[in-house]
Ligand binder design. Sequence first.
Ligand code: SME
Length: 171
Amino acid sequence: MRGVGNYSTFFTRAPSIGAKYNTAIEAMRVVIDPKRHPAAVLDFVAGHLRSSFPHYSWVGVYRLEGDVLKLSAWKGDQATEHVAIPLGQGICGLAARTKETVVVPDVAADPRYLACFPTTKSEIVVPIQSDDRVYGEIDIDSDTLAAFSPSDRQFLEVVAADLAAYFKAKG
Ligand code: SME
């Protein structure tokens, strides 16, 4: 699948992950447009992810400012107290530091986990990065144990790459 309309050269070719994943990528690519304001883009992406995938119980997008991850957009039933996370803390800090996706199938078994919601059972954090620069990350909590499949990971890495292209274009 290619990017939509005029943006076919802006996004990289997305792999075929599965119908619902590829449909979601297409829908978000219409909105991930450098002409739009970051607050509008991130709000849409967080909302679209949450409403399209029932096992994504809470979706947040953090942006890296200096050495601190700042919560820019979120969708879920509850607000988090973790609106600013230093790079040294939590699964969020780890993913931004290592520039690697972190999947935690059972948060209760991971001492690195920073607790947010009592209902959370598993988590995935995907860095938004391009050319070695980390712009932020997508953080998703699930109320289901081991909720995130390899397809979820592949899908969210495409979304993160699309957001990295957006931030890079914004300069
Ligand atoms: N659990 C995260 C903190 C953010 S909340 O999930 C919203 C972590 O361990 O970094």
